[in-house]
Design a protein around this ligand. Structure first.
Ligand code: LAG
Ligand code: CA
Length: 484
């Protein structure tokens, strides 16, 4: 359950938060596949409660009504089409699986697929679920429960959301059938929402009943789905993330907190020479890593002080470090613009999601940020693919916030977080030649639109990043897009 089964030569997953299935299919073919992205995390594909009372907030999708594949992102036909087209483009699909709970006691009761419910009586006819399928006696998780009481964290309601009892065979069957339908349609794995709120023993049974990945979609026979479980554990909790790592991968929330802290200038970059488990992070193969996610970018979930697209220069540097460094299985966030932390995606007055527009410089419009289309970000996916499974070598730092390292003999990156220029002759480990920095520009015909770096026969090159540069990163690698 810890192998994402990316197509060869691809890496890194992007969360296309609230995108429509037709748009994701287009994006796989026109951008993600050609740029070497490994996969897409999609918003929950199952029917959710429609919440007009809050003007269709993004979080209505975390209130399931049934396992019918009908949401604002599209219907089952569109879902199947997206998965097929993305797999053909070498890009895998990972749905967000909401299996801990159903809806809250909301005043509205109609879902995106037309299902209705009677929440006060635990009735969800679209599945169907009834009172016996939920934990009993009824209780709601309180703030103090997280430190003391694992049983309450797992058997009581999260934010008043009706808490399914995954210990019963009937509930397990509904969940397993839902997930297996998605696997048969060609998905490569799942994010397990709210995994902390479910018993590891129940999850283990559910995972063991999942089908192998569909060989008709290009997966090797016998492949198990990639599973990354959302467990927020920054220490001091009754539920520990180590209870889940024996089952499958886990979301590593400390990763984004520490890198945000460092790239904001609150911790010197030189300390990153030991980046990985020495920082208290999970073992490499257990960790799904990211800077921000859909919750903490807007102060939900783990909260904290996370870098997002709103502090672009530091954010891009933190993302570049994540993609340049071999530790972890990286995930990128791709957002819609927001000020109101509850607001849903760009939509018309019927509540239909408005597609992103694509500008001539690769960026998006219509209210979509599309961080994954920012040059320093997608070019670093190319860097990661060129670096392959090499480790870090030839680490250099200036004793404060200027750092650089190589990945084998294929890729070199430098960062300047100091308020003065980085101007050094450094070992790049690359074969002699002239390379285009993929951060400040790219190769165009026979020249670089940004910085050019000339590597000598000893592998050394003059590297310069000044504090006034648009980005605090310089990256070069052996590849057709980067070598003149
Ligand atoms: C998650 N991970 O464990 C998701 O990443 C997170 O986005 C989900 O919460 C949560 N668990 C449940 O799947 C989101 C919002 C909540 C929202 C919830 C359900 O962060 O704010 O709760 O989705 O829509 C909302 C209201 C609550 C209310 C609740 C039930 O904000 O005030 O009690 O609905 O009506
Ligand atoms: Ca639960």
């Amino acid at each position: 359950y810890k192998n994402p089964y990316y197509a060869s030569g691809h890496s890194a997953m992007v969360h296309l938060f609230e995108w429509k299935w037709d748009d994701i299919a287009d994006e796989c073919e026109r951008f993600l596949g050609p740029k070497g992205f490994g996969g897409v995390q999609i918003s929950p594909p199952n029917e959710n409660l429609v919440i007009w009372g809050k003007n269709r907030p993004w979080w209505e999708r975390y209130q399931p009504m049934s396992y019918k594949l009908v949401t604002r992102s599209g219907n089952e036909q569109q879902f199947a089409d997206m998965v097929r087209r993305c797999n053909n483009a070498g890009v895998r699909i990972y749905p967000d699986a909401i299996i801990n709970h159903m809806t809250g006691n909301d005043p509205e009761n109609v879902g995106t697929g037309g299902s209705t419910g009677d929440f006060h009586n635990w009735q969800y006819p679209g599945v169907p679920y009834g009172r016996n399928d939920f934990n009993w006696p009824h209780c709601v998780i309180g703030g103090n429960d997280y430190a003391c009481c694992a049983d309450r964290v797992r058997n009581c309601e999260l934010a008043g959301l009706k808490d399914l009892n995954q210990g019963t065979e009937y509930v397990r069957d509904q969940i397993v059938n839902y997930m297996n339908r998605l696997i048969d349609l060609g998905v490569a794995g799942f994010r397990i929402d709210a995994a902390k709120h479910m018993w590891p023993g129940d999850l283990s049974v559910i995972y063991s009943r999942l089908h192998n990945l569909n060989t008709a979609h290009g997966f090797p026979s016998g492949s198990r789905p990639y599973i990354y479980q959302e467990v927020i554990d920054l220490g001091g909790e009754a539920v520990r993330r180590e209870e889940y790592t024996s089952l499958a991968a886990v979301t590593e929330f400390k990763f984004g907190l520490e890198l945000s802290n460092a790239f904001k200038g609150n911790n010197q970059l030189k300390w990153l020479s030991t980046w990985g488990p020495a920082w208290g992070l999970l073992p490499h193969e257990d960790a799904l890593t990211f800077i921000d996610n859909h919750d903490n970018q807007r102060g939900h979930g783990a909260g904290g002080n996370i870098l997002t697209y709103k502090q672009a220069k530091q954010y891009k540097a933190a993302i570049a470090f994540m993609l340049a460094h071999p530790y972890g299985e990286p995930q990128l966030m791709s957002s819609f613009d927001f000020w109101d932390t509850e607001a849903g995606p760009p939509m018309d007055h019927h509540g239909n999601i408005i597609s992103p527009s694509i500008n001539s410089d690769n960026t998006c419009g219509n209210g979509w940020i599309c961080e994954h289309r920012w040059r320093p970000i997608y070019q670093m996916v190319g860097f990661r693919n060129a670096a392959g499974n090499t480790g870090v070598n030839d680490w250099w730092d200036n004793g404060s916030n200027q750092i650089a390292f190589c990945r084998g003999g294929n890729a070199f990156v430098a960062f300047n977080g100091d308020s003065w220029a980085l101007n050094e002759s450094l070992q790049t480990c690359l074969p002699a030649g002239t390379y285009c920095d993929v951060i400040s520009g790219e190769k165009s015909h026979h020249s670089c639109t940004g910085k050019a770096v000339t590597v000598g026969h000893d592998g050394r090159a003059h590297i310069s990043i000044s504090p006034g540069d648009f980005d605090m990163v310089l990256a070069i690698y052996v590849g057709s897009e980067s070598r003149l």
